[in-house]
Design a protein around this ligand. Structure first.
Ligand SMILES: [Zn+2]
Length: 264
């Protein structure tokens, strides 16, 4: 069976789609890869030249590290995989910040040495500076993996559930399930209660309908080979790139396994 993807919603930051004719292992592989194995660029070191804000240097460093930066797997490599041995534009990016109060310092105040590496959101607050307070620093960003530290986690709120399958047989049209359903997706037809294909996606598998039916006419099951995915990106990549990168990560791992095995 060929795997099928049915896109329900797709925007820069989030996606919802149905993945069918596949296994739970593959679905989980995509989920894990997007959380842990798709590398992103994040700030790892901060050289602070002046900080008279109310934040400790460490707090400032922590905030900087958690600002998502736009990433690009074609132009950058994780530092430990770079052939330069020290640092170069392919594995390291410098961002500077120079601000004086009174003002709120936002992520957009960071000046990057690389046009492709920019804060994914311009309005992430960093510090609230009062009159005369200053922050002057240089932040060094590297590419890395979410499995090492959450600063490099591209996917957020990535998850899936099996496609619900609710079957009605011998329904006596009592309507108890219609009123019981918390997501209000069961409608009364002429011969039986029913759920439209579109509404089936909203089923939370709570099984309340099954419990309230006195004649056991409802059977709530799941499709073991079909998954409803939701994915959000932190902005390092748009959602489409994130999913493609996750797929490529799995593909490359399989290819390197094949390479190792063929060399034996
Ligand atoms: Zn390098």
């Amino acid at each position: 069976m060929t795997m099928e993807v049915d896109i329900l919603e797709l925007s820069d930051r989030s996606a919802k789609f149905v993945l069918s004719n596949t296994s739970a292992a593959f679905a989980n592989g995509i989920r894990r890869a997007s959380l842990a194995d798709v590398p992103t660029i994040a700030i790892t070191e901060v050289n602070i030249y002046n900080n008279t804000s109310v934040l400790y240097d460490e707090q400032l460093g922590l905030r900087m590290a958690l600002i998502p930066l736009t990433s690009n797997m074609e132009d950058f490599v994780p530092k430990e995989e770079c052939s330069c041995g020290d640092f170069c534009p392919a594995c390291q990016v410098s961002l500077t910040l120079s601000a004086e109060g009174p003002k709120i310092v936002y992520s957009q105040d960071l000046v990057s040495s690389d046009d492709k590496v920019q804060p994914a959101d311009p309005n992430i607050p960093i510090a609230d500076l009062r009159e005369g307070q200053k922050i002057v620093l240089e932040a060094i960003a590297h590419m890395g993996y979410g499995n090492k530290h959450s600063r490099w986690q591209a996917g957020v709120a990535c998850g899936y559930k099996n496609m619900p399958k609710v079957e009605f047989s011998g329904c006596d049209l009592c309507g108890a399930c219609v009123t019981e359903c918390p997501v209000d997706i069961i409608k009364m037809g002429t011969e039986s209660a029913e759920i439209s294909q579109e509404d089936m996606l909203k089923c939370t598998l709570c099984r309340l309908c099954e419990g309230v039916c006195d004649i056991d006419a409802i059977d709530v099951k799941t499709d073991e080979h079909s998954f409803i995915f939701t994915m959000e990106s932190d902005g390092s990549y748009n959602t489409k790139e994130l999913i493609l990168n996750a797929g490529n990560v799995i593909k490359n791992k399989a290819a390197s396994l094949a390479e190792i095995l063929s060399a034996l």
